[in-house]
Ligand binder design. Structure first.
Ligand code: FAD
Ligand code: AMP
Length: 474
């Protein structure tokens, strides 16, 4: 039986990064992955590369260009006549982007001498793992042994009984990345990150989009001021977001999906051509044999781990979406690095308090650290500094003046506690705030740092100055 220092189960951004870091540290590594791509071929990269972060951002970028040409180019003096969208070509570009990147992971595996075992892994006693092959029926079931196991089996879309996914009329996020034309009317259940991003894609391409959200407020985890601004902006763009609207059932007639929902005013029914169920994701332990192996799971099915991703079984770690914490690719990857370094005998630490979040609507929404509502409920004394992009020279030159940067700093020490952005390129701007917080920086540290002019980053500089009541441009 082949024995490895480390066997990783799952090759999403958690598993493949863990495997590469282990190999860099001189450990022998195998990574078991059972994903099959659109053509039925085994593929690395997990949800993120195949049906998550990357394809959704590819479609967001394409649809953003289309909307710019249709609505905004003229302001720049550009006449774009006869602008049309070939959805199939757009989807084909997305698939090409995905396949280049997933093949890139395969070549990184070869470079780092990581063995890719193609199939589903199931945990056996004594740190052995059984591999049931996929894609290639000629290969037999095999078993490998490991000194350490890293479980990185990720998550799958959550389902609700009132809207069963058939991947035709009623789809999940994966189905919504492959429509061959923009539906005339599109319903979305759930106004979370995925619902808002996919809703934006199809709205820009011409669909009338209605998003039904059971909660009374949009994006409860986001700073309230920023979430309220996002709500107004997205509604203005034409996304019909209905809050407090709980979907209670669906049906169909020949052509359409009938959605039944309830809100404060009573019961309603709407008909749409397609419906996306975007009600969150759940941890994936199917195939893994977690319970038989004796792994402790919590009541929602997440594998229980400590702060350093150790499970209740010695030598067995779990990382990424299958454990507690935000379901984000970079969180999964960083846990992968931490665990690899722990296995190699190094210290392993991760600062869970400053994981950046991004919602890739336009304008983008990004934040890290505490929200104002968090600080109020903790009873922490703080100061706020905010700066609107309407006062930024660079944003004005780009005609992208919507949005705000908001810094929250401790009232006594001035330490940065949270930074919240809605605005152009917020996904890139948030990195500065995360670095500052990682070094326990203060608002004054950002305020004293020279920012290039003219840049969008100057809005962060001004927001930091505003914490002390001394912004220059407002
Ligand atoms: P996954 O990426 O889910 O990978 C798990 C892998 O394990 C899969 O390849 C699966 O086939 C494999 N596996 C499972 N069980 C077994 C088994 N028994 N044997 C072998 N292999 C197995 N996050 C961001 O940070 N930014 C974004 O912009 C973003 N956009 C998203 C957009 C969409 C539409 C979706 C759905 C998600 C998005 N996410 C985003 C979330 C992100 O994709 C996940 O947080 C991330 O993929 C989690 O990584 P992971 O390695 O834990 O799991
Ligand atoms: P997220 O977990 O961030 O992806 O968001 C999923 C959203 O779907 C949450 O905000 C839920 O409130 C919402 N949701 C779940 N079930 C329903 C339902 N039956 N009707 C409307 N919204 C729902």
């Amino acid at each position: 039986m082949q024995k490895y220092d480390v066997v990783v189960i799952g090759a999403g951004p958690g598993g493949y990064v863990a495997a590469i870091r282990c190999a860099q540290l001189g450990l022998s590594v195998a990574c078991i992955e059972g994903w099959l791509d659109e053509k039925g071929k085994p593929a690395l990269g997990g949800t993120c590369l195949n049906v998550g972060c990357i394809p959704s951002k590819a479609l967001l970028d394409s649809s953003h260009h289309y909307e710019f040409l249709k609505n905004d180019a003229l302001e720049h003096g550009i006449t774009a006549s006869g602008v049309s969208i070939d959805v199939n070509r757009m989807i084909a570009r997305k698939s090409k982007v995905v396949s280049i990147l997933t093949q890139g992971i395969a070549s990184l595996f070869r470079k780092n001498k990581i063995e890719w075992l193609k199939g589903h892994g199931r945990l056996l006693p004594d740190k052995r793992v059984e591999i049931t092959p996929v894609g290639d029926e000629t290969t037999e079931i095999s078993v490998v042994e490991a000194e350490h196991i890293i479980i990185a089996t990720g998550s799958v879309p959550a389902t609700i009984p009132v809207a069963e996914v058939d991947q035709d009329r009623i789809v999940d996020s994966t189905g919504a990345l492959t429509f061959n034309q923009a539906p005339r009317t599109l319903g979305i259940i759930g106004a979370g990150v995925i619902g808002l991003e996919l809703g934006s894609v199809w709205r820009r391409l011409g669909s009338e989009v209605v998003i039904l959200e059971a909660l009374d407020e949009l994006l409860p985890a986001v700073d309230r001021q920023i979430a309220n601004e996002a709500f107004k902006t997205l509604q203005k763009q034409g996304l019909d977001i209905r809050l407090g609207a709980k979907v209670t059932g669906t049906g169909s007639n020949n052509q359409q999906v009938i959605i039944h929902y309830e809100d404060k005013e009573g019961k309603h029914q709407i008909n749409v051509d397609r419906l996306v169920v975007a009600v969150g994701r759940k941890p994936n332990t199917s195939f893994l044999g977690a319970k038989e192996f004796g792994l402790q799971l919590d009541e929602s099915g997440f594998i229980q781990v400590d702060d350093q991703c150790r499970t209740n079984k010695p030598g067995v770690f779990a990382i990424g979406d299958v454990v507690r914490g935000p379901m984000l690719a970079h969180k999964a990857s960083e846990e992968g690095v931490m665990v690899a370094e722990l296995i190699a005998g190094q210290g392993g630490h991760m600062n869970y308090g400053i994981i950046p979040w991004v919602i890739y609507t336009w304008p983008e929404i990004a934040w890290a650290g505490k929200t104002e509502q968090d600080l109020k409920s903790d009873g922490t004394a703080y100061r706020v500094g905010a700066f609107p992009f309407i006062a930024s020279g660079r944003a004005r030159a780009m005609s992208e003046t919507g949005g705000t940067v908001k810094c929250l700093a401790a009232a006594d020490s001035d330490r940065l506690l949270g930074v919240h952005i809605i605005g152009p390129n917020a996904s890139e701007l948030i990195a500065e705030a995360v670095i500052a917080m990682a070094f326990d920086g203060s608002a004054e540290d950002i305020a004293r740092t020279i920012h290039a002019h003219p840049t969008l980053a100057e809005a962060m500089h001004e927001a930091a100055l505003a914490v002390d009541g001394r912004p220059i441009h407002i």
